[in-house]
Write a protein that binds this ligand. Structure first.
Ligand SMILES: *[C@@H]1O[C@H](CO)[C@@H](O)[C@H](O)[C@H]1NC(C)=O
Ligand SMILES: *[C@@H]1O[C@H](CO)[C@@H](O)[C@H](O)[C@H]1NC(C)=O
Ligand SMILES: *[C@@H]1O[C@H](CO)[C@@H](O)[C@H](O)[C@H]1NC(C)=O
Ligand SMILES: *[C@@H]1O[C@H](CO)[C@@H](O)[C@H](O)[C@H]1NC(C)=O
Ligand SMILES: *[C@@H]1O[C@H](CO)[C@@H](O)[C@H](O)[C@H]1NC(C)=O
Ligand SMILES: *[C@@H]1O[C@H](CO)[C@@H](O)[C@H](O)[C@H]1NC(C)=O
Ligand SMILES: *[C@@H]1O[C@H](CO)[C@@H](O)[C@H](O)[C@H]1NC(C)=O
Ligand SMILES: *[C@@H]1O[C@H](CO)[C@@H](O)[C@H](O)[C@H]1NC(C)=O
Length: 283
């Protein structure tokens, strides 16, 4: 008869002790998780992994090579080797962004520079972007070159012996045309021909650029914030308990989620991962 109350007492005591100690450990949320959970904006664009804003976001919340500059606190600028681009939109799902030259290109002034992408970070997907080639100083006075005039851009002060041509890179006449021209410059454009403005309009409307970096969706889906550890030079998934290699462990999340509201955005997806083992085995 004595056994039951003492058991209940032990249980009650245990619960009381748990209440006293558990919240304290739970509230010791990892510093990196807290830092990277702060939403950052540049203008109306949400800037998150792999991007980080120069002098505003901690580099550890982004990925090396994805620093952006927030011009005038409103315009996100991506600096590529050939110049600065305005980021018009970011599609985190498909790891791509829509960019256009920050300083409008004046094709006729020959100031346009060859597009140059850091190949380990960015690439053009032929399904969304096309490469255009501009040929300068073309001499179209010979009888062989007359058919090239359909590619001519109207530039003030240019003559038949000094014209500018615009062709798509996959145009079979490109090689033939190059023979009559001087400088050759590559640029990227989209498929949207509405909006007019000819070649210059097409160039200034920008294009979609895809990026390569650790896929953030598994970490994010497990309730973490993607980031980078500059010491081990590896991707990290910042979780409430500590940084993990790939995703947060289900136990840590369900435990802390009772007490913090920060991770509610992922409380549904966490359930899916509950059956999976700790995802620390891969990077
Ligand atoms: C910066 O923004 C302010 C107001 O939003 C605007 O008046 C100013 O012209 C902008 N400066 C530049 C350099 O764009
Ligand atoms: C590109 O933008 C950065 C940051 O705004 C600026 O410091 C740099 O001078 C710009 N470069 C060019 C070529 O405009
Ligand atoms: C990232 O991973 C998720 C889940 O594995 C997948 O659905 C998505 O397509 C991946 N994204 C890219 C750009 O590879
Ligand atoms: C253009 O080509 C024609 C015919 O080949 C040649 O006679 C002429 O000198 C060239 N003009 C220039 C400016 O190179
Ligand atoms: C061709 O035209 C461009 C710009 O209109 C000019 O800068 C260049 O000197 C011209 N070249 C020749 C060979 O006339
Ligand atoms: C641009 O790149 C092409 C090859 O991609 C090269 O042939 C051309 O000389 C370059 N133009 C300039 C102006 O550097
Ligand atoms: C590149 O981005 C576009 C537009 O968002 C997307 O449709 C395409 O699937 C992406 N390419 C790859 C290889 O992920
Ligand atoms: C935060 O992350 C950095 C880089 O990964 C690491 O050096 C630091 O120890 C982490 N802080 C905590 C509290 O885990």
């Amino acid at each position: 008869m004595n056994q039951i109350p003492s058991f209940t007492l032990t249980l009650t005591l245990f619960s009381l002790l748990s209440l006293l100690f558990l919240p304290r450990t739970a509230l010791a949320v990892d510093e990196n998780f807290t830092i990277c959970s702060v939403p950052r904006y540049c203008g109306k664009l949400n800037i998150k992994f792999p991007f980080f804003i120069e002098e505003q976001t901690e580099p550890r919340c982004g990925y090396p090579g994805f620093k952006i500059h927030c011009r005038n606190k409103t315009i996100p600028i991506l600096s590529l080797p050939d110049g600065n681009y305005t980021i018009n939109d970011i599609f985190y799902q498909t790891q791509s962004l829509h960019v256009s030259k920050a300083e409008r290109d004046a094709v006729c002034s020959h100031s346009i520079r060859n597009i140059s992408l850091p190949e380990d970070r960015y690439y053009l997907d032929a399904r969304t972007s096309r490469e255009m080639v501009l040929l300068f100083s073309c001499n179209l006075t010979s009888q062989w070159s007359w058919e090239l005039s359909k590619y001519k851009i109207d530039c003030a002060g240019e003559s038949e012996s000094n014209s500018t041509l615009a062709l798509f890179k996959d145009d079979p006449e490109l090689n033939f045309g190059s023979g009559f021209c001087g400088e050759r410059v590559g640029a990227a454009v989209g498929f949207d021909h509405r909006g007019g403005g000819g070649v210059e309009g097409l160039l200034n409307r920008g294009f979609v650029l895809n990026w390569t970096a650790s896929n953030c969706s598994v970490c994010e889906g497990s309730g973490g914030w993607c980031g980078f550890d500059y010491k081990s030079y590896h991707f990290k998934c910042f979780c409430p308990d500590r940084p993990h290699a790939a995703r947060c462990s289900p136990a840590a999340i369900s435990f802390v989620s009772k007490r913090t509201t920060e991770i509610t955005r992922s409380s549904l997806t966490v359930k899916r991962h509950r059956l999976n083992p700790e995802g620390d085995s891969y990077v």
